[in-house]
Design a protein around this ligand. Sequence first.
Ligand code: F6R
Length: 243
Amino acid sequence: MVIYKATDYKDMSRKAANIISAQVIMKPNCVLGLATGSTPIGTYDQLVEWYQKGDLDFSAVTSVNLDEYKGLSHDSDQSYYYFMHKHLFDRVNINPDQTHVPNGMEPDSAVECQRYEDLIHSLGGVDLQLLGLGNNGHIGFNEPEEAFETVTHCVNLTQSTIDANARFFATKEEVPTQAYTMGIKTIMQAKKILVVVNGEGKADIVKRAFFGPVTPSVPASILQMHNDVTLVGDAAALSKINL
Ligand code: F6R
């Protein structure tokens, strides 16, 4: 594993964007695995800035996102589809037909998960997968104790996640209770993995995930078994590991 220590969030975002840019420049028709959440927003902003300067061309890139809430339509501002369009897809020249997010509106989980897994394989797999890290070590929606061998599947959200999301919705009924996510196996099949972390709140889990035992109780710990992982963190997130 290669670890890059950034001074702050802006520096972390720039370093991560550099790695993604290198991938796009070296292989213009690459498949990027993308993540939502707060951590990668600065990375997407940096990519947009370089695109606007004329330094990056996304026209041949294909993307596949990690996850999506089941039951949320594209125009729900809580959907990951909406997030990706807002933060990246609508701001660069990626072909919208070549951007893929699990379809939250497909009610049949088995159908959607198989379709998504087949899609990733038909694209030849993911060249570079971007990941954020959950406070409990989750990656995608793979929560502690998920079997390491899972492919794309439907997860039941924990009550605490459902409760935390409730504030974003007008009624309780609208709050998603399930999500589709790439599994740990799907993620591990990516050729390269880039993990971004920032903030003091992530310092403990960074240490457990990358320097503790490999265990399903810390899903990200499996990344220690991948042969091409880059971790980019700001000083606060990397403060509990010796570099
Ligand atoms: C996002 C995702 C999640 C987040 C994780 C960290 O698509 O699947 O695993 O990466 O929850 O989120 P932030 O970056 O908000 O701390």
